[in-house]
Design a protein around this ligand. Structure first.
Ligand code: FAD
Length: 316
């Protein structure tokens, strides 16, 4: 029996979540007294996984899997799980893995717990802690099937470096004829940090008055190596692209640091950023609801505070 982990990649490079799920799988395997096998799909530099405790990499190279297809990816993972006699399969709680996991759950007859934030409190019975109600509460879920399927919440576990080495095997799953995907729309590659992968997000709201004032948000983001985001009205007004809108109806953010500038903190906005670790709010209204959810707050005019903040940060 082993712990299988799906390590996501994009354009051949592992995403940060790949190293986080590998770190988690390593410690889960230690609890269970077993080894970790990672499945990589069309990724380069598979040796990087050893640094996070992977013992063996099953490297899939298949042009049919160049574009994401949940059913085909689940099929490949099913075959890997069967070959490795996996007792647990760990994936991220990313959008892609949330498509894969329910299909894999059916294929393997495995109970699936999504949004897991910690190692099992006990492995017999197998109980994991998960977030609920857009990260406002936790629950403990027991998985009773022989194979346990775990979706790890992003940035909940962190990276744990390990100095082991991994073996690598080519893995060639049998795929159905309909396993390739035709992509009709792709995200524009901007070269900037994306919201999903960002450690730090700088987000602007209607308090910034207009799109012409976004220069300081971009400057702050660039200084910190952060992604830029915005509230819903800002993207509805066309001040920023819809791809930057975060919240209940936009993208979820699970960054280590979220800086909100001129955003009131409506419940629909907070629903998307609750998973972020440290929230900093800059708002001229001391009664703005966002201050109740903030770890640090600055009551002040964004047009004075942000330039001073950039100036100070550039001194470092
Ligand atoms: P405002 O509410 O106008 O707040 C602007 C803030 O800027 C104020 O707090 C003000 O004090 C501050 N300010 C003004 N001037 C300055 C200054 N010079 N310096 C510093 N601060 C200043 N919203 C989302 O963001 N994401 C969602 O996913 C989302 N989904 C929704 C879904 C539904 C079904 C509904 C009904 C609403 C949704 N909303 C969503 C909208 C949400 O309810 C709020 O209306 C929205 O978040 C407010 O955006 P805002 O904070 O940018 O603007």
């Amino acid at each position: 029996m082993s712990v299988l982990v799906y390590t996501e990649s994009e354009n051949g490079r592992f995403k940060k979540t790949a190293f986080e799920v590998a770190s988690y799988a390593r410690e889960l395997a230690n609890q269970l007294g077993t080894s970790v096998t990672a499945v990589s799909i069309n990724a380069e530099n598979t040796a990087e996984l050893a640094s996070y405790g992977v013992d063996k990499v099953l490297a899939v190279k298949n042009d049919q899997l160049n574009e994401f297809n949940a059913k085909a990816y689940a099929n490949a993972l099913k075959q890997a799980a069967q070959q490795e006699n996996a007792g647990a399969v760990v994936l991220s709680s990313s959008a892609d893995s949330k498509y894969i996991a329910p299909i894999l759950s059916v294929y393997l007859n495995a109970g699936y717990a999504s949004n897991v934030v910690a190692l099992p409190e006990s492995t017999a019975p197998f109980q994991v802690k998960r977030t609920a109600f857009t990260n406002k509460a936790f629950n403990v879920t027991e998985i009773t099937t022989d194979i346990k399927l775990i979706g790890l919440s992003k940035n909940s576990f962190g990276l744990r470096e390990n100095s082991a080495s991994a073996t690598e095997e080519a893995f060639t799953p049998q795929l159905d004829a309909g396993s390739s995907t035709k992509v009709s729309a792709v995200d524009k590659a901007s070269g900037k940090v994306t919201i999903a992968d960002a450690e730090i997000v700088v987000s602007g709201g209607r308090g910034l008055k207009g799109p012409e004032n976004w220069g300081m948000i971009e400057d702050l983001a660039e200084t910190l190596g952060a992604a830029t985001a915005c509230s819903k009205p800002v993207s509805d007004l066309g001040w920023r692209p819809h791809s930057e809108h975060v919240g209940q109806t936009g993208k979820p953010v699970a960054s280590n640091l979220y800086i909100a500038v001129g955003i009131s903190g409506a419940i629909q906005h907070l629903a998307g950023i609750n998973a972020s670790k440290v929230k900093v709010v800059i708002n001229s209204d001391p009664e703005a609801p966002f201050f109740k959810a903030a770890d640090y707050g600055v009551v002040g005019d964004a047009f004075e505070v942000v330039p001073k903040l950039i100036e100070k940060l550039k001194e470092f």
